[in-house]
Write a protein that binds this ligand. Sequence first.
Ligand code: GDP
Length: 673
Amino acid sequence: LMVLTKKLIEVRNLLKTVDNNAKMTLPSIVVIGSQSSGKSSVLEAIVGHEFLPKGNNMVTRRPIELTLIHTPDSKEEFAEFPQLGLGKVHDFKNVQRTLTDLNLAVPDTECVSNSPIELRVYSPNVPDLTLVDLPGYIQIHNRNQPAVLKEKIADLCESYIREPNIILAVCSADVDLANSEALRASRKVDPSGKRTIGVVTKMDLVEEETGVGILKNKDYPLQLGYVGVVCKKTGPDVDSQAIIRSEDAFFGNHPAYRSNRLMVGTSTLRRRLMEVLEDHMGRSLHKISDAVQTELDEARYQFKVHYNDRRISAESYVAESIDTLKQKFKEFAKQFGKPQVREEVRSMLEQRLLDICADVYWSDSRVSNLPRLCLSDPFWQGRLDVSSGALTKSGVGRSSVQLVVDVLMRNMERLTSTEPWVHHAEGRQKVMDFSNDLLRAKFHTAVDQVENTIKPYKFEVECTELEWQEGQKRAVATLEKQLAEAQQGLQVIKSTVGRRKLRNAIKYVQKADREASFRKQQSATSNELETGPSEVLDNPDHPAFNLKLMERAREALDLQSRATLLQTRVGALRSRQCSTADNKACCPEVFLSVVAEKLTYTAVMFIWVELLNEFFFQLPREIDNKLYYDLSRKEIMAFAKENPVVAKHLEVQEKKTTLEIVMEKLRELQRKR
Ligand code: GDP
């Protein structure tokens, strides 16, 4: 019973899933032979399918590690390329195409590559075998096949025919065995022929008598013997069954082979290969067990030393990462209440208020007399209506919702830029994407709601005395903050330029401006060219030669006049006239502040209901779904392995587990023998 080979093939496939040094010690059957010796035909006869690349331009350029897995309980026949992850390939024409592509991907300049292609075939009709197909030895070399290629192929074959592998030396019956490259190569590494099987192909091309002579192997004896086969294709679309039938017919017509008790036929070859491999597997069992044990001891040691025997799983890692994120989000949501949202919206509207004031009032020279002038002047009442409208009709709905969305997205960005999410660029992008989706879904409703509810303010804003007083405080504070900023800016210029220098520069700029405006009036009549003030031309130390300084001086002048204006306005807002809502028109900053505050309250109330509530509720669920429940096991594993620390931990743990399983299997096999 051939159980050992099957079990050990399983072991080998297991060992391949972890990085280790023990895997190559399991024997395989390595197929070597000259080009056109019939190597492919023999392999295809063993597998029962045509699947190898065909063509005369060196179609086998990489080793093909072929694992045949006998599946007696299944009718399904398919191949798999474990390295490519294509899944099951049922059509062997596709296997052939894929192998051709993989081989031709090796550039012509390299000709052959040492990196093997792995191929597995599952079928009820194949024996359990591991075979390696290698590029055929070449005889002649022409322009396309330089001399170095011959050597390269020989080297590649030599690396595969070492112990403990079994050599399948393919020779053609119509070529003198003395000239067989395969036998020559095998004799070098296996002089007594203990692990070489000779396969003599094209038996139909020689006379029975000659054939018998070859198979009796008097001249080049091999302990495992020679098997004669006929794998000739009789037509373009002939199936393997037909080939075997015609082979059977051939040997039936040539009784001398059987009567001399010689090994002939593909089925005999298969059987022989199974026996030999099983036998060698048995001999390797001890050695491989030792190798695996050593690896296992090392893995156990690593696991203990580095991870204190602590087991982790990709699932628990993903779950923990998600919990961390949800926890952080919860904290953020807790501290991002209505007051915080209001603060954001308020400061946006405050900026707008300042712009409107600068536009409508502060650039007007009459504004200095505002408190006294406005009391009975309809002009200022009109101004107030214009400014209030400018604020209420400035698209508060869209901008306040957008503002909140931006704040939320910035925070999501911040929450995902910490451990362990720094390792998961794709995961982070997902979080950003579905956060954005959630917010986008609510965006327009929220905007419309806000616009609808602030609509009345576009026509009229009523204001109680209390609201006015609050507004007054806020307006004063806002303007004082602006004032402080202007003063600080001025201070910075003074200290960087120097007080004296700045004073002189300012004087100069003022003078230049006066002269320029004077000349402008003149040039309306005369047509003179503009030049700077006269003394500049005579004085190279003059500040006008320093453009940068001039710029700073102008900046200082602007800040000065802004500070003066703000001071006047703060004074006015603090005055008695501005302490009551009756004088709205005299104190536009206060009134606008009242309007801004009403807008803020209303907007935030609806943003809260329409956008934030939903977002705070939905996001943790989305995190669970999109980052955990929607992922396959494979994706979860890939996610966990993005974190290098976790990847290493999992790797050592997996290796240890796999080696333990392998060791258990090997022990059982040893017990049975
Ligand atoms: P490879 O280059 O060693 O893989 O050789 P192939 O399997 O491609 O065979 C080379 C040629 O020999 C092809 O034209 C085959 O059809 C032919 N051939 C293979 N086996 C036999 C056989 O048993 N008898 C005869 N007459 N021709 C064969």
